[in-house]
Design a protein around this ligand. Structure first.
Ligand SMILES: [Zn+2]
Length: 67
């Protein structure tokens, strides 16, 4: 059960108790949230849209190299 796992960037004791404000920041495509009360910042792991960076995309960059 790891559907609602939050990764804290800045963690203060309130732990989400003050409120949630969505910021313009993104981490791997997931919106970064901020607590307006204590400035904690976090994002939800399940909201990431970018997988871990890997090698080149197999569907791109396949242009043949000229001899
Ligand atoms: Zn707070």
């Amino acid at each position: 059960m790891d559907a609602m796992v939050a990764r804290y960037l800045i963690s203060y004791p309130c732990q989400d108790a003050c409120g949630t404000v969505e910021t313009d920041e993104r981490v791997d495509g997931a919106p970064v949230y901020r607590c307006p009360g204590c400035d904690s910042e976090w994002f939800e792991l399940h909201e990431r849209t970018v997988a871990a960076p890997g090698p080149s995309d197999p569907q791109r960059g396949s242009a043949p190299t000229a001899p």
